[in-house]
Each structure stands twice: as structure tokens, then as C-alpha cells.
Design a protein around this ligand. Structure first.
Ligand SMILES: [Zn+2]
Length: 477
């Protein structure tokens, strides 16, 4: 039983382990269309918690939800030239209705700037209409040809896209940081995933943006992944779309705009970061089930022990608790089943615990067992969950720090690149960025804010000339 239920691959064999855990913990399935994913209820419940946390933060700063159509006329998508150039290879088109060819092709939205900004041009008239801050939760389609990995790289995924417009550039730039801070808080405080905040290089920025900020995250194989993005669009869209307003002096001005997005990829990052050889570990704050109570009984004491298990559950109000009273399975099977799904705390109770008014806490992250009295049980459970939350973050942070290596030239960069991301200086030229990529496969994943607060001194890792930026280079998802 346990061989089939348990994991076959160790986390050190990352991609096999990842694919296995997604299937075995019942997170998602491939569909009959390659690259499209079926999100199963357990993963969707996690997504709902992430969604709620983000949505509350957006609303607290005055962002309103909305919904736009998923079809974008070709002429509209082509209005901003850099934007369409960036997305063209991945756009899926609707060309027919039944057997009739459409007069104009319709794009299945790869992102909604163009369709939304057509409306912005109608909605915004005066400085009184600003700022305009809207968000939509929806699916998008980017027809990629890279090998799909559920959650991490799929052709259709769920996300939110925030779109904001301002009268002046400074306020707009602050909104870029506010969105990035919302994302940081959700990754670090809710999902216990440490991030690096930074800028994308010119080459890697969003198609049509003035600049792109990002959160970069370390994966278990030392590759890096983009956790989300928040872009300042300047007036790049308001000019072609004619989004203007009359300022206080009755003069026509173009708005400054941003867009920012966070996707279901974050769940793939969550699963990858915290899982272990036994399966998933879900941080308590995002876990659909925070504690599972497993009663251990025989036929003669079944009724009493089950009653005791439910009593324990009632002593944990406000926590997300599940009593596993399935009669068809042994306690051992249930332990494995919940371990695989990463429920952070298991509470075991048998006849002896019942006699002494106790229960046994078993932590999913380190396997530690503690007998606890029922008095003050809720406080004890909350404290245990809090410790698990913190310890998952520290462990992930330690891993990311240990797999960040410094390189001052290409020899060092190549020596450390397997299994690590590289911190190195860069002169800012595209030639050097491309050079590193061609020789090693590593991209500039971000220019971390923390390393670029002061002027950078030293030589570019590629050309040896004066550097202007500190960068993270890595192989990336
Ligand atoms: Zn250089």
C-alpha cells in the first residue's frame, strides 16, 4: 500500500519529483490539449487563499475588480508595436465561426492591455477621473512551444492583471512598487517563499513597458524563476490609444500607466520550494487543511475514540481542521496520505491519549512528535503552526542564500552555474548579456534593488570593462 502511495522520486531528482508530486498529491492533471492543465480541487483551494489575500490587499489600496472579454480584435492588439512584436509568436487566434471565416481575426487574450485601454480612452476625460485602478481575475493563453510543466509553464493559466492610470509619472511609479510589495508580502508572509526584488534588464522587460520590476525566486535545482511582474508603461500605451485627460489648467495630457500580474505559476513555486522526499509541505497560512486529526482505534473502542477526535476538533475553532474518520483505511495509510498532501500538523489520538486527556502533535516539516494536554489546545496548535510557517521560510531562505555564488569573471561564472544562481557585475550592454547567454545558457534574471542602491564599482563579468549594475544570472524556468 505505502509503496504505491508514497513518492518514488527524491527531491534531488527535481523534475521527476515535481511531476510525480503534482500527480500524487492530486494537484493538477494534463489535459488532452498539450500544455493545458486541469487544476484539481486541492490546488484550487490553495489558489483561493492566495487570491483572497491578494484581492484584499488590492482593494485596501483602492483597486476595483472588473471583467473584460477574452477576444481581442487583431487591429487593437497591433496598436502598440513593441507589444505585439513581443507577443506575436504566442498568440492563439480565432479565425472562424462555424465554417464562416471571420472578417477580422480575434486574438485569445495573451494579456489585456490593448482591450482595456480602448475603454480607458472612453472612461478618462478629466484629472478628476484619475487615478483609475482596476484589476481582473481571469485566464490567459500564451501558446508556448517549450516543454510544459504543470503550473510552471502551461499554455493557459489563471492570473490577475492590475491596470492603473495616473496623472503624473511619480504617482504611477509608486503604484508599481505598491503592487510589487503586495506580491512580496503574499510570497514571503503567506507562502513562506523568500524572494529577491529587482528590475528586469531592457532585454527581459515586458513588451511595451518602460521598465519591469520582478520578484525572482530560487528553485530547488538552483534554477531561477520569475515570481510575478509589475511594469511601468509610461505613456507608451496612452499615446497610441489616445488616453488623455484635461488637467487642472484645461490642457490635454496623456496618462501614465502600469500593469502588474501574478499567476497560478506561484503555486508551482510553492510546491517546489517546500516539498520533500515524502511529498508536499503546505505552509499553514495557505493550507486548506492546517491540522488533520487521525483517530487510532480498534473495534471495541471505536465509538469513544471517534467521539474524542471530534471533541478535539471542536477545541480548535478558527483553525482549518479535518477529522479523518474514514473507516476503510488504517491509521498508517492515513498518515502517508496526509503527509503526501503536506498538511502541516497531524494530531493523533488513541485510547491512551483519551484516558490522559491528551493528543499527539506531529509536525509535517520535521516529523517531531509532542504529547499535549487538551487544556489550551488551540493556543498550542496555533503556536505549532506558527513555528512551522517560520521554519519553512528560514529553510527556504537558507537554501537560496547557499545557492547564490559570486563570480567576477566568466571562468568563475561557468564553474558555479550548475545548481546555483550567480551574483556578478555587469556593464549594462546587451552584447555582454547575450554573450553570457550564448556561452552558458544563463540569463540576467534580475538587477536586485538591494545590490544596486549604491553606485556599483568593479568590472563586468563578461567584458571586464567598468560595471554599472549588480545582477543575478541564472538558468531559468
Ligand atoms: Zn560588459
Amino acid at each position: 500500500m505505502s509503496e504505491q502511495l508514497g513518492m518514488q522520486h527524491k527531491k534531488s531528482e527535481f523534475s521527476e519529483w515535481y511531476n510525480e508530486i503534482v500527480q500524487k498529491a492530486e494537484l493538477a492533471d494534463h489535459s488532452s490539449v498539450s500544455g493545458c492543465m486541469v487544476i484539481r480541487p486541492y490546488a484550487h483551494a490553495i489558489w483561493e487563499r492566495i487570491q483572497r489575500a491578494l484581492d484584499d490587499r488590492f482593494k485596501a489600496r483602492g483597486v476595483q475588480n472588473t471583467y473584460f472579454p477574452m477576444f481581442i480584435p487583431e487591429s487593437l492588439l497591433k496598436k502598440e508595436s513593441e507589444h505585439i512584436e513581443g507577443f506575436a509568436p504566442e498568440v492563439a487566434w480565432v479565425t472562424h465561426s462555424g465554417e464562416t471565416k471571420l472578417g477580422e481575426r480575434l486574438a485569445v487574450r495573451p494579456t489585456s492591455e490593448t482591450i482595456m485601454y480602448e475603454s480607458f480612452a472612453k472612461w478618462i476625460r478629466s484629472w478628476r477621473d484619475l487615478p483609475l485602478k482596476i484589476n481582473q481575475w481571469c485566464n490567459i493563453v500564451r501558446w508556448e512551444f517549450k516543454h510544459p510543466m504543470l503550473f510552471l509553464r502551461t499554455r493557459e493559466f489563471l492570473w490577475q492583471e492590475g491596470h492603473t492610470a495616473f496623472a503624473d509619472k511619480e504617482t504611477a511609479k509608486r503604484d508599481v512598487e505598491d503592487a510589487r510589495e503586495d506580491y512580496r508580502a503574499v510570497y514571503e508572509d503567506l507562502m513562506a517563499v523568500p524572494v529577491v526584488s529587482g528590475l528586469k534588464s531592457e532585454k527581459e522587460k515586458f513588451a511595451g513597458a518602460e521598465y519591469t520590476t520582478t520578484l525572482e525566486i530560487m528553485m530547488p535545482d538552483g534554477w531561477v524563476i520569475q515570481g510575478c511582474t509589475s511594469h511601468h508603461l509610461g505613456q507608451n500605451f496612452s499615446r497610441p490609444f489616445g488616453i488623455t485627460f484635461k488637467d487642472k489648467d484645461e490642457k490635454d495630457q496623456h496618462v501614465y500607466q502600469n500593469s502588474w500580474g501574478f499567476t497560478t505559476r506561484s503555486m508551482g513555486i510553492l510546491f517546489a520550494t517546500h516539498g520533500d522526499d515524502k511529498g508536499l509541505i503546505v505552509p499553514p497560512r495557505v493550507a486548506p487543511v492546517q491540522a488533520v486529526i487521525v483517530p487510532i482505534y480498534k473495534d471495541e473502542n471505536k465509538t469513544e475514540v471517534l467521539k474524542y477526535a471530534h471533541e478535539i476538533s471542536e477545541k480548535l475553532p478558527g483553525l482549518r481542521v479535518h477529522v479523518d474518520d474514514r473507516d476503510a483505511y488504517t491509521p498508517g495509510f492515513k498518515f502517508n496520505w496526509w503527509e503526501l498532501r503536506g498538511v502541516p500538523l497531524r494530531i493523533e489520538c488513541g485510547p491512551r491519549d483519551m484516558a490522559s486527556k491528551e493528543a499527539v502533535f506531529v509536525r509535517r516539516d520535521d516529523g517531531k512528535k509532542t504529547a499535549v494536554k487538551l487544556t489550551g489546545l488551540r493556543e498550542k496548535a496555533e503556536a505549532a503552526l506558527e513555528e512551522i510557517q517560520k521554519s519553512l521560510y528560514s529553510k527556504a531562505k537558507k537554501f537560496a542564500d547557499e545557492h547564490t555564488k559570486e563570480a567576477s569573471n566568466m571562468t568563475e561564472l561557468k564553474k558555479h552555474l550548475d545548481g546555483n544562481r550567480i551574483r556578478a557585475l555587469w556593464c549594462g550592454s546587451r552584447t555582454c548579456e547575450d554573450g553570457v547567454r550564448e556561452e552558458t545558457g544563463a540569463k540576467i534574471s534580475c538587477l536586485p534593488y538591494g545590490l544596486n542602491t549604491k553606485p556599483v564599482k568593479g568590472e563586468c563579468v563578461y567584458c571586464g570593462k567598468g560595471a554599472s549594475h549588480a545582477a543575478y544570472f541564472g538558468r531559468s524556468y
